[in-house]
Write a protein that binds this ligand. Structure first.
Ligand SMILES: *Cc1c(COP(=O)(O)O)cnc(C)c1O
Length: 340
């Protein structure tokens, strides 16, 4: 059976580098949305908790419920209705309208739009938001923003930081007037965290770096991290492909001489996307994917019983003209996970 191996040592290494940069494990909120970027939410949450991480970020209430016992503090980014609630939960407020649907007495992190224009209230709406929450006895435990291009060479990063500094001043002033405690402030995802040389916020929301990747790492001299996930496939059958015969849909690979070909139990149905036949893909051991990837299998020029399909998704991200995030997140949640 195909499987995902999760390298605990590498995860701990990455979390070590990250918490050194935040200067405290308590300031790291590991982002576990979308099944921990395809790695398996429960597996990653369990190991991160063992490492000493106390905070997590998820997309939905369902994800929060899966990891509830493992963290003290869970930020839920995108849930609009709550049929159940726990005081470890902190709900992201993405619009003023959402205030009407929040549970009484809950914890809220106000998301402020400092330039990405995706979610969050505008800096001008801060006072209205804080007053609206205050009237409903909702605890404002955080105020945060998100960068639109922390991993690119552009001035937007600095511009958004300036806007967020003003937001912090405004929030402090309004909270003092209302005698409210100061919320936690946070603006960093992985790339933004490592672009700060002297991080001084209350927490950082770290996703991709935990899993061992930082896009454009060379441009910014980011630290080297270690990929956590490797994908393994098992052999289904072996045959000799005679010179002139071709393999798979469309017969896009034709043997120039007699070769041994085996089929392995991974395909695009498992989230290993179809390769463009103009791009060659070679496994870490040097085996070539021959012809098109099918829904449930692919062919390689080997007869090894178990083959590592990838252990670092940077190559595949380039082949598919996408980012590392998409390659791991697309993997089917049904693939069995093993911690090594
Ligand atoms: C997904 C997400 C993150 C994590 O981003 P990485 O680049 O993976 O570190 C942080 N904050 C928000 C709001 C997100 O949606």
């Amino acid at each position: 059976m195909a499987k995902i191996l999760l390298n605990k040592e590498n995860l701990f290494y990455n979390l070590g580098v990250i918490s050194e940069h935040t200067k405290s494990k308590d300031k790291v909120a590991i982002v576990l949305k979308d099944n921990a970027y395809g790695h398996g939410i429960l597996e990653i949450a369990t190991m991160a908790s063992e490492f000493g991480i106390k905070k997590a970020v998820v997309k939905t209430l369902n994800e929060a419920l899966i990891i509830e016992k493992l963290f003290d503090y869970i930020l839920i980014l995108a849930e609009k209705t709550f049929h159940t609630y726990s005081h470890t939960f902190h709900i992201a407020l993405n619009s003023l309208k959402q205030i009407d649907n929040l549970p009484k007495n809950c914890n809220v992190h106000i998301k402020v739009d400092t330039g990405m224009h995706r979610n969050g209230i505008s800096p001008q709406e801060l006072e209205e938001a804080i007053l609206g929450l205050y009237k409903k006895d909702i605890h404002i435990t955080g105020v945060f923003t998100h960068h639109k291009s922390a991993d690119e060479l552009s001035t937007d990063f600095f511009w958004q930081n300036t806007v967020f500094s003003r937001v912090k001043e405004d929030v402090k002033r309004i909270c003092e007037q209302l005698l409210l405690p100061l919320p936690a402030f946070h603006s960093c995802n992985s790339a933004a965290l490592f672009r700060h040389t002297n991080f001084d916020e209350d927490m950082a929301r770290v996703g991709i770096a935990s899993y061992g990747y930082l896009d454009n790492a060379n441009v910014f001299k980011f630290p080297k991290l270690k990929p956590v996930l490797s994908l393994w496939a098992q052999k289904l059958s072996t045959r000799v492909l005679k010179k002139g015969q071709s393999v798979g849909y469309g017969g896009t690979y034709t043997a120039c001489e007699d070769i041994t070909v085996s089929t392995y139990d991974i395909g695009y149905g498992d989230g290993f996307l179809r390769l463009n036949e103009r791009c060659e893909y070679t496994t870490p051991k040097g085996y070539k994917v021959l012809g098109r990837v099918s829904m449930d299998n692919l062919s390689l020029n080997t007869d090894d019983e178990n083959v590592c399909i990838f252990e670092d998704v940077n190559t595949l991200a380039k082949i598919h003209d996408t980012i590392t995030y998409e390659i791991t997140t697309t993997l089917s949640p049904n693939i069995k996970k093993e911690i090594v």
